[in-house]
Design a protein around this ligand. Sequence first.
Ligand SMILES: Cc1cc2nc3c(=O)[nH]c(=O)nc-3n(C[C@H](O)[C@H](O)[C@H](O)COP(=O)(O)OP(=O)(O)OC[C@H]3O[C@@H](n4cnc5c(N)ncnc54)[C@H](O)[C@@H]3O)c2cc1C
Length: 805
Amino acid sequence: MKSHARVVIVGGGIMGVGLLYHLALEGWREIVLLEKGELTSGSTWHAAGQCPHFNSSLNATKLHVYGTQLYAKLEALTGHAASWHGCGGLRLACNDEELHWFQHVYGISKLAGYEAHIIGPDEIAQHHPFLDTKGVKAAFLTVTDGHVAPADATMAMAAGARALDAEIHRRTRVTGISLLETGEWLVATDQGDIRCKHVVNAAGSYCDVVAGWTGHRARIANMLHHYVITEPLPQLIGRGPELPIVRDPWAHCYFRQEAGGILLGPYETAGAHPCWDGAPAWDFESELVAPELDRLTPCLERAAERIPLFAEAGIKRVISGAIPHTPDGAPLSGPASGTRNYWMHCGAALGICQAAGAGKYLAQWMVHGQAEINMREFDPRRFGAWESQEFARAVGVADYQHMYYCYKPAEQHAVGRGLRKSSLYDALAACGAQFSQVFGWERPRWYDHSGNGEVFSFKRSNWWDAVRAECLAVRERVGLMDLSTFAKFEVEGPDAFAFLQRICANKVPTASGRIMLGHLLNENGFILSEVTVTRLAPDRFYLASAAAAQLHDMDQLRWRIADGERVSITDVTDDFGVLVLAGPRARDVLAACTSADLGNAAFRWLTSKEIEVAGVPNVRALRVNYVGELGWELHTKMVEMPLVFEALMRAGEPHAIALFGTYAMNSLRMEKAYHAWGEELTNEVSLIAADMERFVAFDKDFIGKAATQQAKQEGPPIKLVCLAVDSVDSDCHGNEPVYHGDRLVGLTTSGAYGHAVGQSLAFAYVEPDLARADERFEILLLGQRCAARVLARPAWDPENVRLKG
Ligand SMILES: Cc1cc2nc3c(=O)[nH]c(=O)nc-3n(C[C@H](O)[C@H](O)[C@H](O)COP(=O)(O)OP(=O)(O)OC[C@H]3O[C@@H](n4cnc5c(N)ncnc54)[C@H](O)[C@@H]3O)c2cc1C
């Protein structure tokens, strides 16, 4: 084994090998994979190998599409058979919400480029004559679904990687990883040490143990999962073409034709648990875990009703092993937070299906600094220090149990809640707050005064009237929102100004008390972070950014400090609570709680001051908000926020102040055509494409300037538009296809109903030639083509008169 490498990958399952192959295809050499046993001897060897396309996430779907396409041609590429079976797939829907889900995913199929059809029960028999379709409303037919032999696919990619000079060392156990002063990683193994620039944790069931060596975390639940294979059945022996794989949410099972019999895997809800408390012993290799067949019985009984053939055959084989589940079911694929060049590539519950795509896009990220797709939902930094092992276990179990559950927009797991709460949590809960979990925080979505809770749906639901009232309160009177979830940083030091000036595309304020909206770009000019920068003092700045970006943005800031630059960055997220007070009466309400001069001359839009509010000193009052009204963000010490809150609520009573949540905020920001990080603003677009040129200062240097200039000169490949949408009972969620005539020309990124303007609104990226006022499109929204028109200006207060008032 060599003593130096560019990359060392720990783990020779399909994830590690998939990455190795794609790093080699990207042209990297000196890449080494270390495996303690044989390749595939962890979870990979015994997987069922199914590769579906159906997924609510466009980015995950892109992994799936790439995987099925690669597996089908892997033999031609590498000379090793991957045993691909392109038999297609059928997913059944048994209620209306599942049907709406199908309609949403059908739109995603158009964007991701795979063939799908929603078919009725009668048509199902043409594809699968052995199904009893009792209670079935429809099926999602995916023509290019299939299954692969997991070990064959892994070996084929390993052969492809070796042919490009990648090294694989079997029987080499990594025993420790440490960071050297040179910035390299020292990977210690039972066969000697190896130094490398990049290290990748692809250790499957052991990933959290391996992560722990360097103080990282890769929390997973190693869920015990089974599938059974029946004896051959006369009806299936020699039958061709192969039946499509079926996924049945009613029976919580998948099943397919296998060697003349049926392979059937249940995702049982009762009794599901991890295989081990933590990771298996180091000598665990190519073994099965003791099966627990009793707990499968309810699923197997239902499966026998769905496919009566199953009841006719004896069970020949039971496979039971570990599936790694992260709390949100998506793999951890991307940089670990903190030190550079430590990458996670693990936690894959659908690793066979996703390994090729995840390997391709992570390889792009490592080699080129970014992937061509948005990897945010796979970024390991979506979990923070709040993610305890207990949380990961509880939510990992829930994720497994809900594998076939139709999660509606905003619906989340009920377990693992209450991890991060603002000091107002109890008070807001008492007012009916319906909370969403974001980066561990509980953040109010809307306020339910009926006590019924939310009926989750793809369509407008029982929150509609309450959210309308919240929106109109902000537009007509005054609203108050707890937005403590912001990520918050203090940037200090003699070089703080020059540093921010270099990393933000916009001009950093030269005067204390001024505020600006800044974007951190990569060298390719694509958007990585969005921060509100407030200059507190000549050498001190306060930055606020998206809650979910806390670790991501900390890395973006720290990683950009140049050698010798005298800058310190402190994460103050938990120290400050944030109240958003907004609406035409906001000044009256705040004035009743402070002696500070709030008049326009003394306290202009886009400025900040430290003021006393309700006896609480040093409240950072920022005259900005995301809802487009007169108002302030009040950043106060978290412990003191209740005092400020109570005083504002009291002072707001005469003005009928209303609490509002993120549903209302989304509606209000859509009316103002304010963009959202992670939706309109992603690593796939430049500020020019995002129609954000006014936030670019071309008269100074900043990271990504040359590429941004080029995008401006050449014109971006896509352009953002704000659309008025003629929808009836639902609004865009994002990732709906946009058509111009019959041509697919773009996709939505987000949407909401604008209650003050009486119009459903959406953002969409479209072909740049079509990004012009009044251009007409059609959006495929839950199966309906809805007419849409480009708005020339924001629907609400285009001159910004109200927020500057
Ligand atoms: C019964 C069953 C059915 C499944 N069916 C499907 C399916 O149909 N479709 C699908 O997509 N997925 C399926 N899965 C899930 C799939 O198996 C996993 O998602 C996938 O195998 C994960 O691959 P991996 O490379 O991350 O992990 P692994 O395959 O576990 O590989 C990790 C490797 O790292 C090695 N390693 C760990 N620590 C060290 C160390 N310190 N030094 C050296 N080597 C180390 C291990 O030995 C192991 O080989 C199924 C799983 C099970 C259990």
